[in-house]
Design a protein around this ligand. Structure first.
Ligand code: GLA
Length: 695
């Protein structure tokens, strides 16, 4: 590993000279080369038109038991009448094992817990792909990992096509026509408009996917043209980038016929009551996705059954999904790895390095029930200092003093240089997996440029020098530096670090930060909480520092682009609008925002590559976030499943639960199990009469 070129003997006399040396080279290009680690399989790159099209087929089919128990008994209309005019058709040539057969279930295990089904209103479903299976979005990006780089664009989904006006400001989208929610009610532009007007534009609502008005560009508008047409108007010219934002999770409309009557604008509910109007106990919540939640037992299980109105088919006219059921055991994320490797569950994103060695060992055995495949290094963690100086989260006096420190570059450099990222990574797993991560775009991804990456790597002496430069010294001799006498009463610098308690990796990394900061002379206190509360606290700005697993923006750049910098009042992780309604951006943040906005407005590939170099330099030189570690994940799937695309990453544009296109996955007849928890049942809905619809 290359070390920081400058070795500083200590603070004091040497300080001035050494800091000059540091500033001159500014850390550029110093990041160590990641150890070689090849992904275990490559995608077969194709065009989007090779994957799907929208068209009517001469005939349609469904599982026999659906016809027999539901259509023949008059509970459901025939399948052809349940499908839209032109369903989405998945092409056989793009399915690894071709047209599938019906049956079986995919058993998941998750560490998350649902707080309800009103996703548009801000309720979470417990992650692990429950929501991905339930909700459909205007566009889709997960499967783009296998789309040719020069044809990269979001896939159509609920929006089956779109066109730009001549001047490039208007985007007209055509919605799938005649599709229905899983309760048989029509899906149309009213669902889209309700999501936009009363959930995105109403800033009292925080939709779970994080959509804000600025997620689709400052000043963007959306109007209904007719039942199946909506029109966007952008300030920019042809900002095709926003089409990625219309995929999971920022533009997945909820069922307006259920949600609207509960929304505060149309009822006496508070926003909190609206968010919680459909708690986990509420079953058969209507969805556009392939599976509907039909059973929930706290801390035990969530069962989702096939949506009889699902609007996607294969080329033989078989209504999808092939799998009758998906289930979710409510356990821990770590248990997901253990159970999938053991064969008592079917699917895991192996993303916690602490489980790598055991999982690899067991999966290598000839009789292993599951296959395990590593991908690229797309999982990474960052220490985010809260950069708001004007009241986001309403900090205490101590909290405000920490915000001021966070906004001081010397302080952020001190923190970065006190982190021994090499040993931090090795404490998770030994071997060629982890690599020190300076922050910003990941090494190995398409927009990454090493020469534009600054790295303030481990050097405790330099770190201490920077801390002194930031005005901190240990005035009371207790080993912890103090604020200057006039600030926060000159007390010890004690920082609260927000961390997701649902993951071992997050906790280990936070503990690593705590220990390393102690050596620097900063006291860190961990605020370890569950994922759902973490999101709330983090979005509310109630933290000094947070250790967070990064989103898709830093992997792909094109997905979640607006997350790359505080482009709107509420778009960024670590810097949002203050109590006075303004966003007090530091000068380098403003530059980052300008670069990201230019990127969004540009369709010139050379210019976009150059802009991302500028972005990377601004991010890493200024330590907008302080990177910790970066490593690969592996997809573990039980061997009985067919149609798993080659080279499916656990995380790129989205998580693997989206990437593998689960609605197309099947179990060949000779491998089918009797694992379905609710065989031969469909979600209840008016007419289907398969159980009570709770109100
Ligand atoms: C959690 C898990 C991921 C993935 C996502 C899907 O975040 O940690 O591996 O399953 O849920 O939403």
């Amino acid at each position: 590993m290359k070390r920081h070129a400058m070795a500083l003997g200590g603070a004091g006399l040497m300080l001035g000279i050494s800091l000059l040396a540091v500033q001159a080279q500014d850390g550029m290009g110093k990041v160590p080369e990641p150890p070689a680690f090849a992904a275990q399989s490559e995608p077969n790159f194709v065009s989007i038109s090779d994957i799907l099209e929208f068209k009517a087929l001469p005939e349609y089919h469904e599982p026999e038991w659906v016809t027999k128990n539901f259509v023949d008994t008059g509970k459901l209309p025939p399948v052809a009448e349940r499908l839209p005019k032109e369903p989405m058709v998945y092409k056989t040539a793009n399915m690894p094992e071709g047209v599938g057969v019906y049956g079986d279930t995919m058993r998941h295990v998750i560490g998350g817990r649902p707080d309800g089904w009103n996703y548009a209103g801000g309720a979470q479903q417990g992650w692990g792909g429950i929501d991905i299976g339930m909700y459909e979005c205007l566009t889709r990006t997960g499967p783009l990992f296998e789309v040719k780089a020069d044809e990269l664009a979001p896939m159509p989904n609920l929006a089956k096509s779109w066109e730009w006006s001549e001047d490039g400001h208007e985007l007209t989208m055509h919605l799938i026509e005649g599709a229905k929610w899983s309760d048989g009610m029509p899906f149309n532009a009213d669902d889209v408009m309700f999501y936009w007007e009363d959930n995105v534009l109403d800033t009292n609502v925080s939709p779970t996917g994080g959509a804000t008005p600025e997620t689709f560009g400052v000043g963007t508008t959306l109007v209904k043209v007719d039942d199946y047409t909506v029109k966007w108007t952008f300030k920019e010219v042809r900002p095709t980038q926003y089409l990625y934002q219309m995929a999971y999770g920022a533009f997945c409309p909820g069922p307006a016929h259920m949600l609207k009557p509960q929304h505060p604008k149309y009822s006496s509910n508070t926003y909190e009551q609206y968010k919680n109007a459909f708690p986990p106990e509420y079953l058969n919540f209507p969805v556009m996705g392939a599976w509907v939640p039909v059973e929930y037992r706290p801390d035990d299980v969530i069962v989702l059954r096939r949506n009889p109105y699902y609007w996607k088919v294969d080329e033989a006219g078989n209504q999808l999904p092939y799998l009758n059921e998906v289930s979710y055991r409510l356990s821990t994320w770590s248990d997901r790895d253990v159970q999938t490797v053991a064969g008592t569950a079917d699917f895991s994103n192996l993303e916690q390095p602490e489980n790598f060695v055991e999982s690899l060992k067991r999966s290598a055995e000839a009789d292993a029930p599951a296959r395990l495949q590593f991908g690229a290094r797309t999982i990474g963690y960052t220490l985010y200092p809260n950069l708001s100086g004007n009241g986001w989260g309403e900090p205490s006096e101590l909290g405000q003093a920490i915000r001021e420190l966070n906004r001081n570059l010397d302080f952020r450099k001190a923190v970065s240089m006190a982190l021994d990222r090499q040993s931090m990574g090795e404490s998770l797993v030994k071997g060629p997996f982890t690599t020190p991560y300076p922050g910003g775009l990941y090494a190995g991804t398409s927009f990454y440029d090493k020469d534009s990456t600054a790295y303030f790597g481990y050097s405790l002496d330099d770190a201490k020098a920077y801390l002194a430069k930031a005005g901190l010294s240990d005035t009371d001799g207790n080993g912890i530096v103090n604020f200057p006498a006039g600030t926060a009463g000159g007390q010890d610098v004690q920082i609260t670090l927000l961390v997701n308690g649902d993951y071992g990796t997050d906790k280990s990394l936070a503990e690593g930060v705590l220990t390393m900061m102690e050596k620097l002379g900063i006291r860190v206190v961990l605020d370890t909480i569950s994922g759902n509360s973490l999101t709330e606290i983090q979005q509310g700005g109630k933290f000094d520092w947070a250790v967070l697993r990064n989103g898709a923006d830093l992997v792909s750049v094109v997905q979640g682009t607006v997350g790359l910098a505080p482009v709107g009042p509420r778009t960024a992780f670590s810097h949002r609008v203050g109590t006075d309604g303004t966003l007090d951006l530091l000068p380098f943040e403003q530059e980052m925002v300008d670069v990201v906005n230019k990127f969004i407005a540009s369709s010139d590939n050379a210019e976009r590559a150059d802009l991302m170099k500028q972005y990377q330099a601004l991010y890493t030189q200024n330590l907008y976030g302080i990177g910790l570690t970066q490593y690969p994940g592996a997809l573990i799937i039980n061997k009985r499943f067919a149609n798993i695309p080659a080279g499916a990453p656990i995380f790129q544009f989205n998580w693997a639960e989206d990437n593998i296109i689960r609605e197309r996955v099947f179990v060949p007849a000779d491998k089918q199990t009797t694992n379905e928890l609710q065989p031969d049942t469909l979600p209840a809905a008016p007419g289907i009469g398969n159980g009570p619809v709770k109100n």
